[in-house]
Design a protein around this ligand. Structure first.
Ligand code: ISE
Length: 337
């Protein structure tokens, strides 16, 4: 069986997925595309031999579409996800689930009513071999009791449209999700620290870098450096400090460079390059589950909701510099896996 995919949102991520479906993914083809920009829809429909749609609802309800891939902007996600649930169609949605926790809660309530997991969220890091190995190492007890984690999220640069809040609810979302995945426990408190200095590369409205401190249920303390105009490359770091040993991600370079009097590993330019294989694997995972008629698995709406709760606490801390607690309601049975 070939799964017919409808892609909504044809920006950078949507186009990357279109290319992925045409070059890498097996068992699926893109049958429909939609965006608010008509010319983009026409261009992509032609390039990928898909039916053009100018209205997301029409694409979702089309008989040509078995499953929906949502790559639109965050504020559009809720309505599109709810429409897909109503149509009983499985959804792959790019992060964030929604910009705030209240909207995310509506998605949880709607999905619980369907009685089936219908959504996989695009937290691609969970499909990265390095993070998966780190999780195995932790779960095998090789590090002993986990005490600390040090993370860094460095982007070469961000556009002027990137706001201060996005450091939390667009970039740090990845660490928030991966911390929960690696440690198998929730984050209970957040504090955002604004260092006294900032890079001259950042737009005036940004404080860059920022440091976010997370605390988990068991008391693990995590520092996360968010440096989105670091200039030198796309560099994601994660070190887990245990009582017995320490483990971390390597540089993940595919190549090295020998330059005059120097030798070193090359660094990715973007998340597309750094997590290319993880993106392929997450999308193939989604397609396989849909093709086999199974409930979806992997990062869920619940994960998106909890990440949004942590982000809301982080945004409050960004304003006042205080530590904010995260209150997580009981997890519905649908998400106890
Ligand atoms: C962007 O939206 C992403 O998801 C990237 O993975 C992240 O590194 C970047 O900071 C975000 O703006």
């Amino acid at each position: 069986m070939t799964v017919n995919i409808g892609v909504i949102g044809l920006g950078m991520m949507g186009r990357d997925h279109l290319r992925r479906f045409s070059e890498v993914i097996s068992g699926a083809k893109v049958s429909a595309v939609c965006d608010i920009q008509r010319e983009t829809v026409d261009e992509m429909a032609k390039t990928f031999a898909a039916t053009p749609f100018y209205d997301a609802d029409a694409l979702i309800n089309s008989q040509q579409v078995d499953a929906v891939v949502i790559c639109s902007i965050g504020p559009a996600h809720k309505e599109q996800i709810l429409a897909a649930f109503k149509a009983g169609k499985p959804v792959f949605c790019e992060k964030p689930l929604t910009p705030g926790a209240d909207e995310a809660r509506q998605i949880i309530d709607a999905e619980v009513k369907t009685g089936k997991r219908l959504l996989q969220l695009g937290f691609m890091r969970r499909f990265d071999a390095g993070y998966q190995k780190l999780k195995q190492t932790i779960e095998a007890g090789e590090l002993g009791d986990i005490l600390l984690m040090h993370c860094a999220h460095r982007n070469p640069t961000v556009p002027e449209s990137y706001t201060l809040e996005m450091a939390i609810n667009d970039s740090a979302t990845h660490e928030i999700d991966i911390i929960r995945y690696l440690l198998n426990e929730d984050i209970v408190a957040v504090r955002v620290d604004r260092p006294g200095k900032k890079t001259s590369r950042a737009c005036p409205h940004l404080q860059d870098p920022l440091i976010v401190i997370f605390e988990t249920e068991s008391g693990v303390r995590i520092d996360d450096e968010l440096f989105v105009n670091c200039g030198y490359g796309y560099d994601i770091r994660c070190e887990v400090v245990g009582e017995q040993a320490i483990a971390g991600l390597t540089g993940q370079a595919l190549t090295y460079a020998r330059a005059p009097y120097g030798y070193g590993q090359n660094i990715a330019h973007s998340c597309m390059e750094r997590f290319a294989v993880a993106y392929d694997r997450e999308v193939q995972h989604f397609v396989n589950r849909v093709r086999d008629g199974k409930a979806l698995s992997g990062p869920s709406s619940w994960d998106g909701y909890v990440v949004a709760l942590v982000c809301d606490a982080g945004l409050a801390s960004l304003k006042d510099g205080e530590k904010h607690r995260v209150i997580i309601p009981p997890r519905p049975a649908l998400y106890q896996d």
